[in-house]
Design a binder for this molecule. Sequence first.
Ligand code: HEC
Length: 189
Amino acid sequence: MRNACSTAILRILVGITCILIGVSACSKKETLLLRTAEYRTWEKTTPDILDYPIPGHEDKYRRIFISPEGYTPGITAKGGRTYYSFPAGTQIIKEILDPSWNGTDPPLMLTGMVKKPEDPRARGGWLWIVYVPKTGKEMVITEEFCITCHANANEPHPYGDKNRKNEFRDYVFFPPSVDSGPVKQDSSY
Ligand code: HEC
């Protein structure tokens, strides 16, 4: 995982620079795939702001929202292993926040997964997307680095409930049905 991570970080930086300067050739579509206007009304997959460091995020904070299509993913057992499957149309949006975030400011960036298996740009059935609010641009990442790291979600890993049972989690580190399902919005932030 480590080698994949450093390559991944480099590629993320290149990709992000690309959308930060607003090079339109970088984005293949003008209409946004991510439902950026509504995602803050969706339920969250983790109750709290994530503030522990993970590769590629420096000291940034994160919150994760999931669209209603994905509140209860399909769960099947095959050959002694549990498999999660999120329906087409599911969107999972992770906000990247400044650690001094005041509770209302727009995020620095969104990273998103959109379940769209029939799209040729999909990897593992998901479109992997980066969106920068300042420029209003999003970019679909067709390089393998997002999915390469997210494949770690399909085996035991250090985050959340740690997936100790080695379930196939459909590339999602924090699936909503672990523990008590998606987290209802509350007034704390
Ligand atoms: C080096 C590993 C790594 C790479 C590369 C990576 N992620 Fe993640 N991602 C994580 C981890 C770990 C989490 C769990 C939440 C957290 O701690 O922020 C996560 C969470 C997410 C989530 C919330 C869904 C979930 O898995 O719980 C989305 C959406 C997401 N990442 C999108 C992306 C996109 C898009 C890319 C490529 C631009 C990407 N990620 C690249 C490690 C990575």
